[in-house]
Design a protein around this ligand. Sequence first.
Ligand code: IVH
Length: 676
Amino acid sequence: MSTSDDVLERMEWLVAALNRYGRLYHEQNVSEIPDQEYDRLYRELETLEQTYPTLRREDSPTMRVGGAPLEGLEPFVHEVPMLSLQNAFSSQELEEFEEKIRRYLGGGPEVIAYRVEPKLDGLAMELVYEDGVFVAGGTRGDGLTGENVTHNLRTIATIPLRLRTAPAGRLSVRGEVLFDLPGFEKMNDRREAEGDKRFENPRNAAAGTMRQLDPKMVQGRPLRFYAHSAGLLPPGVEVASQSELSALFSSWGFLVDPMSDVASGMRAVVSAVERIRAQRSSLDHEIDGAVVKVDSFSLQDQLGFVTRSPRWALAYKYPPERVRTVLEDVLFSVGRTGAVTPVACLRPVRVGGVTVSRTTLHNEDELQRLDLCIGDTVEVERAGDVIPKLVQVVKDAAHAERSRVRYPSACPECGAGLVSDPEAAAIRCPNELECPAQLRRVIQHFASRLCMDIEGMGERLSDQLVGVGLVRRPSDIYRLTLEQLMGLERMGKQSAQNLLEAIETSRSRGFDRALMALGIRQVGESTARDLARHFGTMDALRGASAEELTAVEGVGAIVANSVVGFLALERNRAEIDALQSLGVQFRPIGTGSRSGGLSGKTFVLTGTLPSLGRDDAKRLLQEAGAKVSGSVSKKTDYVVAGAEAGSKLDQATSLGVSILDEAGMLALLAAARSPG
Ligand code: IVH
């Protein structure tokens, strides 16, 4: 290319073409050109932009690729406040809504036209455009000021960076950012496979995602934006109704929910609301109701607002979704402590946007309450973020003929007779480590992050090691050899070596974590730590009576009896001896100043630290003898603050408590460790 005019023209063409392909792909799932061709054009544009950086356009698809991470989120002021909606829960309230409108208008038109839209259960967002180009966007916040998340919004493919027909002037478009549900489930499966935690529900995940400081974390997450209202409209944009505005949004290149419709009069509104409700479980995004808006803008203007919400709109909230399916089976699963829990296997069904095929039935009481039979039709409900719940059986004629699901009398894994533990409202298999199901979970617990933290030894490997008989009790982990590990299915030499190294390191996690790893009932993280600190070594703990144990702060009679009972059993004593002889440390790690350098100091952690997880930071501090507390007071010595630190940081400032960042905390730890 010879002149910069040619370059400019080519770049314009590339931007327009790539944006068009992108839009078709994301909105209609249509690929007009092969992927390789798209990639080739994209790379050509990238090269031109690198050569002529001043010619890079705001609406170039390369602008969507995350830039540098931010230090923190800036406030985002809404030029026109973002209001909320009044709620209704019954069709009677819809009638009352219209009555109030009529009263206010002193009559009004014979039939009022309403626009009925799904109430999208996402994250409210405002996008600002200057002369048709996306310049900034932010969350709703308190309606007046939210947070500026422009860097993340840019990565969302369904947010146009330039509007198709650009109105001159300033425009703000409002709508919801939400996850597409199939994409959300896939993302969660991938996270789980990679050892990350699953997100609990799409709404919270969307909120967390949009507040990320690094847009690279957001890029590629299956988020969409739907437009539903306007804050500012530039002069010259003339629309007379909500429906016309929505049509304009579509023509500019925004997604608008396709189920929205105009209904004339309340009867039509009620059926539109019901029509949307009926489709709820088959949608690929979450909705939690319908929004009913007076369609005409001139009527809207006459009606105006009460405090924080418009008189011309109402959110009709649906009750939690309930669907029917068939109970195909009930399994009894055996946990780490032998508790046997019934699990319902359902014919897969979509409810509240997720596919359910299993759900816990908790315990015997719940099983009796439900009065279940295999083959029954059952109702399943998913309320907001909670796990789907089997609510009730449909008591039809067939139900009466079937036989009830009962607890087995023998353990489904090892055949031992089950015993009831009324105190814990549980039914248990008494076979402990001789029961393969309990052994698998004991091994998994022993190796887990808060216990011995053996990297790579999660559920799958624990099952495998127990399954092939290499591990019969925790101490066997420390007897594993390279040859044995390499003989396992799907285990190469490198992974086997890595695993052995991880096992090696785990020997010296310290008394508190080794104690917790033993899985003594009632002894969780904090009790294990208190006991370890008080007694110092396993030998001292073993010699202690129940009374001596209750002298430890936070240890009551139940915990004390559980510990004494565990340590009295010969097989447990033998296992602890075996672990000790294999090099597992049941004493504090490090000596002198190293372990106690920060003793007497109280820390509070807040916000997200750049490299350490909360658990890691806490452990490091505790290993150095410090106390980590959950709230800030005058007794707090240091507050360690990370990104998005909240009120605790404010409290620290007002109480004059020293504030550290991660680096400062690590420096303090290093100083505490060095002698003298
Ligand atoms: S119109 C005056 N339409 O619901 C408010 N809002 O409580 C005009 N929402 O946070 C909003 N779906 O973001 C409107 N189709 C829809 C909506 C919708 C969800 C959200 C909105 C706001 C909340 C109102």
